[in-house]
Design a protein around this ligand. Structure first.
Ligand SMILES: *Cc1c(COP(=O)(O)O)cnc(C)c1O
Length: 649
């Protein structure tokens, strides 16, 4: 890659390099001018993402920014439902698909609205895991056929809300996670005379795989084991509520990478279903939970950031296995429910970041520091740098490392001055770089030499907070595809890791998707004094809501984009949500902006009295403080053209 001239590069090569086709499911491409396009409906109609960023900037909204493509979200809902319909038709299955959208995966009103609208003709329902989510579901839900599935731990109030829904004629199913919940459901139902619809969450023995694997098995947090299910059955019968039992449910965890896990779980759950049906309960629904994956790295493997199956295979396997077991048991085929959240919402949004600074450990030193009197440790390093062919790469690396450590010890003991220390460090990095260059021609690399690429990678500082916008990367090492929004005709030449603006050393992205395994750096373009935007893709599931207020950065700007039907590549921004202001976030931690301003005023007045500031200046300082209360929390990076303090090299 290094030796070819930059002109041999092309937009198509970038498309390959960043993997748009592999992880994008037809929703992303790079045009001939080197811009990323999103194709909300996976057809030829595309929107240049940078155009959206520019338009948002015209509205006063800068990166960091979430862009939601509402048409893409609708497309995914339709795709999921159509795929199940297809599988049902192909397999001659007697039941229907009655999917539900788990609100916890993205609670934003515009997201839930779009999902409900898109799912109308499929009777696509909602899933809630808490009281607030159930209250949203109850109020937003429409249509008599659409299900509401109630998961999660439940208290009396939660159950009362569900019974309220029953009174209004809604198909709302309380899934029992714990035996104690069943007692409450029975008691409240008898008290109010409202007949509930009940499901059991089965604690399957089938174990998940991947990061969220502990949702089943003996030590799972949720669900009834076999004995508990039998016990619950007796309780229902005793309360004369046997006819309320309608559903069996399982959830093997999110992002299941291996289709075999899903097959096994479906088979196990279908057996539960048939046994209960044969005991005479009405049943009617089998709920396979969430877990349908997203191929974040595009490798189509059972690696945790990927999945080794397609949506079609997933639907067909469920339909086929349930049909086989029901037929062999002589039980009518149930309607199938799935609670796919991640797979529905992850692709519809992306996070846009601006890189505003490059930190390079080597160049900042350069050759500038020539000590007047060179210490022996420095001349030793010079010899290592010059005689590059005498020793093997690994040996040279060890020698350089040892000399650098020696230089540090000498410095600490007072035997090395600043100039010599700087020279030693600079020489060390030059030797590393030299070895790295030779590495590129070599085949097998020992681990220490392999890691040099990461050690030598630059840091690209991006205006965002991992803790707000990418919590699963920080907490679970989840990988997301990342690529620039523009300049893709140019060859990327700089190996970098991304660091955020929080004051935390783990506020960074230093693991990236790769077809094989994981990469420690990403190869990007050199900065050139113009805005450089990166997209972090497939971030529509979970990331929006889990973000926290670390360093009080708060929510980022957000725009909701629709395709413009009449224009070939047109779009419009229907809604723009402004990110957090400083006044907003400080109130979240119990400060009042008026109080802080009053305190500042008192200090400025006192300083004025002591003649530390002039009265006129004091007024200006206070005004500045008050003005900034209303400004955004993220860095206000000066727009294009304006001179930046920290010139990017
Ligand atoms: C989180 C959750 C889901 C959604 O899972 P995905 O993998 O995002 O589809 C579905 N059902 C239950 C019970 C959950 O807890």
């Amino acid at each position: 890659m290094k030796n070819k001239s930059a002109s041999a590069w092309s937009a198509a090569k970038s498309e390959e390099h960043f993997g748009f086709r592999r992880w994008g499911s037809g929703h992303y491409s790079v045009d001939a001018d080197g811009f990323v396009n999103v194709h909300p409906e996976a057809d030829e109609r595309g929107i240049r993402v940078l155009d959206v960023v520019d338009e948002a900037r015209g509205m006063g909204l800068q990166a960091p920014m979430v862009i939601r493509f509402q048409d893409l979200l609708r497309h995914r809902v339709i795709q999921l439902n159509e795929t199940f319909r297809q599988a049902i038709k192909q397999e001659g299955y007697k039941g229907e698909y009655r999917g539900v959208f788990p609100i916890k995966v993205n609670q934003l009103r515009e997201v839930v609205d779009e999902v409900i609208a898109a799912g109308r003709e499929y009777s696509y329902g909602l899933e809630a895991g808490s009281k607030p989510e159930l209250m949203i579901a109850l109020a937003m839900h429409e249509g008599g056929q659409r299900l509401i599935i109630c998961n999660g731990y439940k208290d009396q109030e939660y159950i009362q809300l569900a019974l309220l829904g029953r009174k209004l004629g809604k198909k709302i199913i309380l899934v029992v996670e714990q035996l104690s919940e069943l007692d409450e459901i029975i008691r409240l139902s008898l008290e109010t005379g409202v007949k509930p619809m009940i499901g059991f969450r089965a604690k399957l023995q089938t174990r998940g795989e991947g990061k969220w694997a502990t949702s089943t098995g003996d030590d799972a947090k949720f669900g009834l084991n076999t004995a508990e299910i039998l016990f619950a059955v007796e309780k229902l019968k005793a309360a004369r509520l046997g006819s309320a039992l309608r559903l069996i449910h399982f959830h093997i965890g999110s992002q299941v990478p291996n289709i075999l896990t899903i097959k096994c779980a479906v088979i196990e759950a279908a057996r539960f279903y048939c046994q209960l049906a044969k005991m005479g309960f009405p049943m009617g629904y089998l709920d396979v939970g969430g877990g349908l994956g997203i191929d974040y790295d595009g490798s189509r493997t059972n690696f945790e950031s990927s999945m080794n199956y397609s949506l079609e295979e997933y639907a067909r396997d469920i339909v086929f296995n349930v049909r086989e077991i029901c037929r062999s048991s002589g039980v009518p085929e149930p309607d199938l429910v799935s609670e796919s959240g991640r797979a529905v919402v992850a692709p519809h949004s992306l996070l846009v970041l601006e890189v505003f600074e490059r930190i390079n450990k080597r160049e900042s030193l350069g050759q500038k520091h020539q000590p007047k009197q060179k210490h022996k440790v420095v001349t030793d390093l010079e010899v290592l740098l010059r005689n590059k062919t005498r020793l093997g790469r690994l040996e040279r690396y060890h020698d350089a490392l040892q000399k650098k450590n020696e230089a540090l010890s000498l410095f600490n003991l007072g035997y090395l001055d600043l100039e010599n220390r700087a020279a030693a460090e600079s020489l060390y990095w030059q030797i590393c770089e030299q070895i790295e260059k030779e590495n590129q021609k070599a085949g097998y690399l020992p681990e220490e030499l392999h890691d040099l690429k990461k050690v030598l990678a630059d840091q690209y500082v991006c205006n965002f907070s991992v803790f707000q916008s990418l919590l699963d990367h920080w907490g679970l090492d989840q990988l997301f595809p990342i690529a620039p929004l523009h300049r893709l005709k140019e060859k990327p030449t700089v190996n970098a890791v991304l660091v955020d603006i929080t004051c935390d050393s783990d506020g960074k992205i230093d693991r990236f998707i790769d077809l094989q395994d994981v990469k420690d750096y990403i190869t990007l373009h050199p900065l050139n004094n113009k805005p450089y935007y990166l997209g972090i893709y497939l971030t529509g599931a979970y990331q929006d809501i889990m973000g926290d207020l670390h360093n009080l950065f708060g929510r980022v700007n957000e725009v909701h984009v629709f395709l413009e039907e009449d224009e070939p590549n047109g779009f419009y921004i229907e809604e723009a949500l402004s990110g957090s202001k400083i006044a907003d976030v400080i109130e979240g931690v119990q400060y009042q902006q008026e109080d802080l301003c009053r305190r500042m005023k008192a200090q400025i007045d006192a300083a004025t009295k002591k003649d530390m500031v002039k009265p006129r200046e004091g007024v200006r300082l206070l005004e500045e403080f008050e003005r900034q209360m209303q400004s955004k929390t993220y860095l206000n990076i000066e727009p294009k053209g304006a001179k930046r303090k920290s010139a990017t090299r």
